[in-house]
Design a protein around this ligand. Structure first.
Ligand code: NAD
Length: 355
Protein backbone atom coordinates (compact mmCIF):
# COMPACT_ATOMS: atom_id res chain seq x y z
CA UNK A 1 0.00 0.00 0.00
CA UNK A 2 1.76 3.16 -1.18
CA UNK A 3 0.80 6.63 -0.05
CA UNK A 4 2.57 8.74 -2.67
CA UNK A 5 1.57 6.32 -5.41
CA UNK A 6 -2.09 6.14 -4.34
CA UNK A 7 -4.48 7.40 -7.03
CA UNK A 8 -6.11 9.75 -4.47
CA UNK A 9 -2.80 11.30 -3.36
CA UNK A 10 -2.78 14.96 -4.39
CA UNK A 11 0.36 16.55 -2.92
CA UNK A 12 -1.04 16.16 0.60
CA UNK A 13 1.09 18.02 3.13
CA UNK A 14 0.90 15.33 5.80
CA UNK A 15 -0.49 11.82 6.12
CA UNK A 16 -0.02 10.37 9.61
CA UNK A 17 -0.81 6.88 10.86
CA UNK A 18 -1.64 6.26 14.52
CA UNK A 19 -1.84 3.06 16.51
CA UNK A 20 -2.63 2.61 20.20
CA UNK A 21 -2.27 -0.97 21.31
CA UNK A 22 -4.20 -0.60 24.58
CA UNK A 23 -7.39 0.86 23.10
CA UNK A 24 -7.02 -0.78 19.69
CA UNK A 25 -7.04 2.59 17.89
CA UNK A 26 -5.99 2.50 14.26
CA UNK A 27 -6.39 5.92 12.68
CA UNK A 28 -5.11 7.94 9.74
CA UNK A 29 -5.08 11.74 9.71
CA UNK A 30 -4.59 13.47 6.34
CA UNK A 31 -3.80 17.15 6.00
CA UNK A 32 -4.25 18.10 2.37
CA UNK A 33 -3.54 21.83 2.31
CA UNK A 34 -3.07 24.50 4.99
CA UNK A 35 -2.57 27.54 2.75
CA UNK A 36 -5.78 29.13 4.06
CA UNK A 37 -5.46 27.97 7.67
CA UNK A 38 -5.40 24.86 9.86
CA UNK A 39 -6.99 21.83 8.23
CA UNK A 40 -10.47 21.17 9.56
CA UNK A 41 -12.49 18.09 8.71
CA UNK A 42 -14.58 15.35 10.21
CA UNK A 43 -13.54 12.06 11.77
CA UNK A 44 -15.07 9.10 9.99
CA UNK A 45 -15.33 5.76 11.81
CA UNK A 46 -15.88 2.96 9.33
CA UNK A 47 -15.36 -0.77 9.07
CA UNK A 48 -13.08 -0.53 6.03
CA UNK A 49 -12.46 -3.77 4.13
CA UNK A 50 -8.72 -3.06 4.26
CA UNK A 51 -6.20 -0.33 5.05
CA UNK A 52 -5.85 0.73 1.42
CA UNK A 53 -9.56 1.56 1.36
CA UNK A 54 -9.21 3.66 4.54
CA UNK A 55 -6.22 5.49 3.08
CA UNK A 56 -8.04 6.20 -0.19
CA UNK A 57 -11.03 7.56 1.73
CA UNK A 58 -9.02 9.90 3.96
CA UNK A 59 -6.95 11.21 1.02
CA UNK A 60 -10.05 11.89 -1.09
CA UNK A 61 -12.10 13.42 1.71
CA UNK A 62 -9.31 15.68 2.99
CA UNK A 63 -8.76 17.08 -0.51
CA UNK A 64 -12.50 17.74 -0.78
CA UNK A 65 -12.37 19.77 2.43
CA UNK A 66 -9.69 22.06 0.96
CA UNK A 67 -12.00 22.90 -1.94
CA UNK A 68 -15.10 23.22 0.24
CA UNK A 69 -13.54 25.68 2.70
CA UNK A 70 -11.86 27.70 -0.02
CA UNK A 71 -15.07 28.12 -2.01
CA UNK A 72 -17.01 29.06 1.14
CA UNK A 73 -14.52 31.86 1.83
CA UNK A 74 -13.35 30.28 5.06
CA UNK A 75 -9.82 30.63 6.39
CA UNK A 76 -9.39 26.93 6.97
CA UNK A 77 -7.45 24.26 5.15
CA UNK A 78 -8.55 20.77 4.19
CA UNK A 79 -8.10 17.70 6.35
CA UNK A 80 -9.90 14.59 7.44
CA UNK A 81 -9.34 11.60 9.70
CA UNK A 82 -10.53 8.02 9.67
CA UNK A 83 -10.73 5.53 12.50
CA UNK A 84 -10.69 1.96 11.25
CA UNK A 85 -13.41 0.08 13.14
CA UNK A 86 -17.07 -0.67 13.52
CA UNK A 87 -18.87 2.36 14.94
CA UNK A 88 -21.59 0.17 16.46
CA UNK A 89 -19.37 -2.32 18.29
CA UNK A 90 -15.82 -0.92 18.63
CA UNK A 91 -16.36 2.40 20.39
CA UNK A 92 -14.88 2.88 23.86
CA UNK A 93 -13.92 6.00 25.82
CA UNK A 94 -10.29 4.79 25.72
CA UNK A 95 -10.40 4.66 21.92
CA UNK A 96 -11.52 8.29 21.64
CA UNK A 97 -9.04 9.45 24.28
CA UNK A 98 -6.31 7.80 22.23
CA UNK A 99 -7.71 9.44 19.11
CA UNK A 100 -7.59 12.80 20.91
CA UNK A 101 -3.88 12.21 21.60
CA UNK A 102 -3.36 11.49 17.91
CA UNK A 103 -5.04 14.77 16.99
CA UNK A 104 -2.97 16.57 19.62
CA UNK A 105 0.19 15.10 18.11
CA UNK A 106 -0.60 17.07 14.92
CA UNK A 107 0.05 20.26 16.93
CA UNK A 108 -3.00 22.16 15.65
CA UNK A 109 -2.41 21.59 11.93
CA UNK A 110 -5.52 19.38 12.01
CA UNK A 111 -8.81 20.09 13.82
CA UNK A 112 -11.29 17.22 14.15
CA UNK A 113 -15.10 17.36 13.98
CA UNK A 114 -17.87 14.77 13.77
CA UNK A 115 -18.59 12.80 10.62
CA UNK A 116 -20.15 9.50 9.54
CA UNK A 117 -19.80 7.01 12.41
CA UNK A 118 -18.83 9.55 15.08
CA UNK A 119 -20.97 11.76 17.29
CA UNK A 120 -20.60 14.95 19.27
CA UNK A 121 -20.40 12.73 22.40
CA UNK A 122 -17.41 10.80 20.95
CA UNK A 123 -15.58 14.04 20.17
CA UNK A 124 -16.29 15.37 23.63
CA UNK A 125 -14.32 12.36 24.93
CA UNK A 126 -11.48 13.10 22.48
CA UNK A 127 -11.53 16.67 23.80
CA UNK A 128 -10.20 15.32 27.14
CA UNK A 129 -6.81 14.80 25.48
CA UNK A 130 -6.69 17.59 22.89
CA UNK A 131 -8.13 21.05 22.42
CA UNK A 132 -8.11 20.72 18.63
CA UNK A 133 -11.75 19.67 18.29
CA UNK A 134 -14.57 21.71 16.70
CA UNK A 135 -18.35 21.34 16.38
CA UNK A 136 -19.01 20.20 19.93
CA UNK A 137 -21.76 21.77 21.99
CA UNK A 138 -20.13 23.62 24.88
CA UNK A 139 -20.00 27.34 24.02
CA UNK A 140 -19.87 26.45 20.33
CA UNK A 141 -22.20 25.91 17.38
CA UNK A 142 -23.29 22.37 18.34
CA UNK A 143 -24.66 19.99 15.69
CA UNK A 144 -23.86 21.56 12.30
CA UNK A 145 -26.67 19.71 10.44
CA UNK A 146 -29.33 22.45 10.75
CA UNK A 147 -26.85 24.94 9.25
CA UNK A 148 -26.10 22.50 6.45
CA UNK A 149 -29.83 22.18 5.70
CA UNK A 150 -30.18 25.98 5.78
CA UNK A 151 -27.31 26.34 3.29
CA UNK A 152 -28.77 23.69 0.98
CA UNK A 153 -32.06 25.58 1.06
CA UNK A 154 -30.31 28.76 -0.11
CA UNK A 155 -28.29 26.95 -2.79
CA UNK A 156 -31.46 25.28 -4.05
CA UNK A 157 -33.22 28.66 -4.16
CA UNK A 158 -30.33 30.10 -6.18
CA UNK A 159 -30.66 27.23 -8.66
CA UNK A 160 -34.44 27.69 -9.00
CA UNK A 161 -34.01 31.45 -9.51
CA UNK A 162 -31.38 30.83 -12.18
CA UNK A 163 -32.94 27.93 -14.04
CA UNK A 164 -36.69 28.36 -13.59
CA UNK A 165 -37.19 32.03 -12.76
CA UNK A 166 -37.41 34.30 -9.78
CA UNK A 167 -40.90 33.35 -8.72
CA UNK A 168 -39.76 31.84 -5.41
CA UNK A 169 -40.24 28.25 -4.27
CA UNK A 170 -44.02 28.31 -4.02
CA UNK A 171 -45.34 25.33 -5.99
CA UNK A 172 -41.86 24.08 -6.92
CA UNK A 173 -41.76 20.28 -6.72
CA UNK A 174 -38.76 18.77 -4.94
CA UNK A 175 -37.88 15.08 -4.59
CA UNK A 176 -35.81 14.60 -1.44
CA UNK A 177 -33.72 11.43 -1.07
CA UNK A 178 -32.92 10.78 2.60
CA UNK A 179 -34.74 12.25 5.58
CA UNK A 180 -31.92 12.30 8.12
CA UNK A 181 -30.51 15.27 9.98
CA UNK A 182 -30.08 17.39 6.86
CA UNK A 183 -32.81 16.00 4.57
CA UNK A 184 -35.61 16.41 7.09
CA UNK A 185 -34.46 19.93 8.04
CA UNK A 186 -34.39 20.86 4.36
CA UNK A 187 -37.93 19.50 3.91
CA UNK A 188 -39.18 21.73 6.74
CA UNK A 189 -37.64 24.83 5.15
CA UNK A 190 -39.01 23.89 1.72
CA UNK A 191 -42.49 23.25 3.06
CA UNK A 192 -42.47 26.65 4.81
CA UNK A 193 -41.52 28.23 1.46
CA UNK A 194 -44.49 26.59 -0.26
CA UNK A 195 -42.67 23.81 -2.13
CA UNK A 196 -44.30 20.43 -2.79
CA UNK A 197 -42.37 17.47 -1.40
CA UNK A 198 -41.87 13.95 -2.69
CA UNK A 199 -39.74 11.92 -0.29
CA UNK A 200 -37.97 8.57 0.07
CA UNK A 201 -35.94 6.98 2.85
CA UNK A 202 -34.99 3.44 3.79
CA UNK A 203 -36.42 4.14 7.26
CA UNK A 204 -40.22 3.99 7.12
CA UNK A 205 -40.57 6.02 10.33
CA UNK A 206 -38.74 8.99 8.80
CA UNK A 207 -41.01 8.89 5.73
CA UNK A 208 -44.14 8.63 7.88
CA UNK A 209 -43.04 11.68 9.88
CA UNK A 210 -42.58 13.74 6.68
CA UNK A 211 -45.97 12.63 5.36
CA UNK A 212 -47.76 13.39 8.64
CA UNK A 213 -45.99 16.62 9.61
CA UNK A 214 -45.08 18.15 6.26
CA UNK A 215 -47.73 16.83 3.89
CA UNK A 216 -45.07 15.10 1.78
CA UNK A 217 -45.85 12.38 -0.76
CA UNK A 218 -44.01 9.12 -0.04
CA UNK A 219 -42.42 7.08 -2.82
CA UNK A 220 -40.24 3.98 -2.97
CA UNK A 221 -36.49 4.28 -2.49
CA UNK A 222 -35.70 3.36 -6.10
CA UNK A 223 -38.53 5.46 -7.61
CA UNK A 224 -36.86 8.71 -6.55
CA UNK A 225 -34.84 8.91 -9.79
CA UNK A 226 -37.94 8.70 -12.03
CA UNK A 227 -39.92 11.62 -10.60
CA UNK A 228 -41.08 14.33 -13.00
CA UNK A 229 -40.37 17.17 -10.56
CA UNK A 230 -38.37 20.40 -10.70
CA UNK A 231 -35.57 19.49 -8.30
CA UNK A 232 -33.88 16.28 -7.19
CA UNK A 233 -32.31 16.80 -3.73
CA UNK A 234 -29.96 13.94 -2.83
CA UNK A 235 -29.46 14.01 0.97
CA UNK A 236 -28.37 10.45 1.68
CA UNK A 237 -25.65 8.71 -0.29
CA UNK A 238 -22.70 9.52 -2.52
CA UNK A 239 -22.20 8.38 -6.15
CA UNK A 240 -25.95 8.60 -6.87
CA UNK A 241 -25.33 10.56 -10.08
CA UNK A 242 -24.17 7.82 -12.43
CA UNK A 243 -24.91 6.46 -15.91
CA UNK A 244 -28.04 4.64 -14.75
CA UNK A 245 -29.62 7.37 -12.64
CA UNK A 246 -28.79 10.30 -14.96
CA UNK A 247 -30.54 8.54 -17.83
CA UNK A 248 -33.65 8.28 -15.64
CA UNK A 249 -33.72 11.80 -14.16
CA UNK A 250 -36.63 14.02 -15.31
CA UNK A 251 -35.71 17.13 -13.34
CA UNK A 252 -34.33 20.58 -14.14
CA UNK A 253 -32.02 20.84 -11.13
CA UNK A 254 -29.97 18.59 -8.83
CA UNK A 255 -29.36 20.31 -5.48
CA UNK A 256 -28.78 18.36 -2.28
CA UNK A 257 -26.49 17.85 0.68
CA UNK A 258 -24.91 14.45 -0.04
CA UNK A 259 -21.14 14.40 -0.37
CA UNK A 260 -19.47 13.14 -3.57
CA UNK A 261 -22.70 12.93 -5.56
CA UNK A 262 -20.99 12.41 -8.92
CA UNK A 263 -19.93 8.78 -9.40
CA UNK A 264 -17.20 10.08 -11.74
CA UNK A 265 -16.16 13.60 -12.83
CA UNK A 266 -17.56 12.98 -16.32
CA UNK A 267 -21.08 12.75 -14.88
CA UNK A 268 -21.10 16.55 -14.42
CA UNK A 269 -20.90 16.81 -18.23
CA UNK A 270 -23.63 14.17 -18.64
CA UNK A 271 -25.98 16.28 -16.50
CA UNK A 272 -25.11 19.44 -18.41
CA UNK A 273 -25.72 17.71 -21.74
CA UNK A 274 -29.16 16.74 -20.48
CA UNK A 275 -29.91 20.36 -19.58
CA UNK A 276 -29.90 19.66 -15.85
CA UNK A 277 -28.36 22.32 -13.61
CA UNK A 278 -26.11 20.56 -11.09
CA UNK A 279 -25.29 22.49 -7.92
CA UNK A 280 -21.81 21.24 -6.93
CA UNK A 281 -22.13 19.26 -3.71
CA UNK A 282 -19.35 20.94 -1.78
CA UNK A 283 -20.66 24.39 -2.72
CA UNK A 284 -24.19 23.75 -1.48
CA UNK A 285 -23.42 21.62 1.59
CA UNK A 286 -20.87 23.97 3.19
CA UNK A 287 -23.28 25.35 5.83
CA UNK A 288 -21.94 23.07 8.56
CA UNK A 289 -18.29 23.92 8.03
CA UNK A 290 -19.19 27.60 7.75
CA UNK A 291 -20.80 27.72 11.21
CA UNK A 292 -17.93 25.69 12.66
CA UNK A 293 -15.50 28.25 11.23
CA UNK A 294 -17.24 30.87 13.38
CA UNK A 295 -16.28 29.05 16.57
CA UNK A 296 -13.56 30.44 18.80
CA UNK A 297 -14.29 33.46 20.93
CA UNK A 298 -17.97 34.21 21.42
CA UNK A 299 -20.10 32.26 18.92
CA UNK A 300 -22.37 34.72 17.09
CA UNK A 301 -25.11 32.57 15.54
CA UNK A 302 -26.69 35.35 13.45
CA UNK A 303 -23.34 36.29 11.92
CA UNK A 304 -22.63 32.63 11.17
CA UNK A 305 -26.06 32.11 9.56
CA UNK A 306 -25.64 35.23 7.45
CA UNK A 307 -22.38 33.70 6.16
CA UNK A 308 -24.32 30.48 5.39
CA UNK A 309 -26.86 32.47 3.36
CA UNK A 310 -23.89 33.54 1.22
CA UNK A 311 -24.15 30.09 -0.38
CA UNK A 312 -26.87 31.67 -2.54
CA UNK A 313 -24.39 34.13 -4.09
CA UNK A 314 -21.62 31.55 -4.38
CA UNK A 315 -23.96 29.26 -6.33
CA UNK A 316 -25.20 32.08 -8.57
CA UNK A 317 -21.59 33.01 -9.41
CA UNK A 318 -20.88 29.39 -10.34
CA UNK A 319 -23.95 29.15 -12.60
CA UNK A 320 -23.22 32.42 -14.39
CA UNK A 321 -19.55 31.62 -15.01
CA UNK A 322 -20.30 28.04 -16.13
CA UNK A 323 -22.83 29.36 -18.65
CA UNK A 324 -20.40 32.02 -19.88
CA UNK A 325 -17.44 29.63 -20.20
CA UNK A 326 -19.61 26.73 -21.45
CA UNK A 327 -18.14 24.36 -18.89
CA UNK A 328 -19.75 22.37 -16.11
CA UNK A 329 -20.66 23.88 -12.76
CA UNK A 330 -18.37 21.31 -11.12
CA UNK A 331 -15.38 22.57 -13.12
CA UNK A 332 -16.16 26.18 -12.24
CA UNK A 333 -16.47 25.41 -8.52
CA UNK A 334 -13.03 23.72 -8.60
CA UNK A 335 -11.55 26.69 -10.48
CA UNK A 336 -12.90 29.29 -8.04
CA UNK A 337 -11.68 27.27 -5.06
CA UNK A 338 -8.19 26.85 -6.56
CA UNK A 339 -7.95 30.50 -7.64
CA UNK A 340 -8.40 31.65 -4.04
CA UNK A 341 -5.74 29.24 -2.78
CA UNK A 342 -3.27 30.22 -5.52
CA UNK A 343 -3.79 33.90 -4.72
CA UNK A 344 -3.07 33.40 -1.02
CA UNK A 345 -0.05 31.21 -1.88
CA UNK A 346 1.35 34.00 -4.07
CA UNK A 347 0.75 36.61 -1.36
CA UNK A 348 2.50 34.42 1.21
CA UNK A 349 5.45 33.85 -1.14
CA UNK A 350 5.78 37.62 -1.70
CA UNK A 351 5.69 38.27 2.05
CA UNK A 352 8.31 35.58 2.66
CA UNK A 353 10.58 37.17 0.03
CA UNK A 354 10.12 40.63 1.54
CA UNK A 355 11.00 39.51 5.08
P1 NAD B 1 -28.10 11.06 8.23
O1 NAD B 1 -27.39 9.78 8.45
O2 NAD B 1 -28.72 11.77 9.38
O3 NAD B 1 -29.27 10.87 7.14
C1 NAD B 1 -29.15 10.09 6.01
C2 NAD B 1 -30.54 9.55 5.71
O4 NAD B 1 -30.50 8.88 4.45
C3 NAD B 1 -31.04 8.52 6.74
O5 NAD B 1 -32.35 8.87 7.16
C4 NAD B 1 -31.01 7.21 5.97
O6 NAD B 1 -32.01 6.31 6.39
C5 NAD B 1 -31.27 7.69 4.56
N1 NAD B 1 -30.86 6.75 3.52
C6 NAD B 1 -29.81 5.88 3.49
N2 NAD B 1 -29.79 5.19 2.35
C7 NAD B 1 -30.84 5.63 1.62
C8 NAD B 1 -31.35 5.31 0.33
N3 NAD B 1 -30.79 4.39 -0.43
N4 NAD B 1 -32.43 5.99 -0.12
C9 NAD B 1 -33.05 6.92 0.65
N5 NAD B 1 -32.61 7.25 1.88
C10 NAD B 1 -31.52 6.62 2.35
O7 NAD B 1 -27.05 12.00 7.47
P2 NAD B 1 -27.08 13.58 7.34
O8 NAD B 1 -26.24 14.18 8.40
O9 NAD B 1 -28.50 14.03 7.16
O10 NAD B 1 -26.27 13.78 5.98
C11 NAD B 1 -26.88 13.48 4.73
C12 NAD B 1 -25.85 13.64 3.62
O11 NAD B 1 -25.34 14.97 3.63
C13 NAD B 1 -24.63 12.73 3.76
O12 NAD B 1 -24.17 12.38 2.46
C14 NAD B 1 -23.60 13.61 4.42
O13 NAD B 1 -22.28 13.20 4.12
C15 NAD B 1 -23.93 14.95 3.78
N6 NAD B 1 -23.51 16.10 4.58
C16 NAD B 1 -23.98 16.26 5.84
C17 NAD B 1 -23.56 17.37 6.58
C18 NAD B 1 -24.09 17.60 7.98
O14 NAD B 1 -23.88 18.70 8.51
N7 NAD B 1 -24.75 16.65 8.58
C19 NAD B 1 -22.67 18.30 6.03
C20 NAD B 1 -22.22 18.11 4.71
C21 NAD B 1 -22.63 17.00 4.01
Amino acid sequence: MGVFSAKEFDNHEDVSFFHDEKSGLKAIIAVHDTTLGPALGGTRMWDYANEAEALADVLRLSRGMTYKSSLAGINLGGGKSVIIGNSRTDKTPELFEAFGRAVDHMGGSYIAAEDVGTTVADLEIARRTTRHIAGISEGNCGDPSPATAYGVFYGLRAAVDFKIGKGGLNGIKVAVQGLGNVGYGLCELLRDAGAELVVADVHDAAVEKAVQNLGATAIGVDEIYDQAVDVFAPCALGAILNDDTISRLRVKIVAGSANNQLAEDRHARALMDKGILYVPDYAINAGGIIVISHEGGRFDRERAMSHVRGIYDTCQKIFIRAARERVTTAEVADKIAMERIEKVREEKAKLALAS
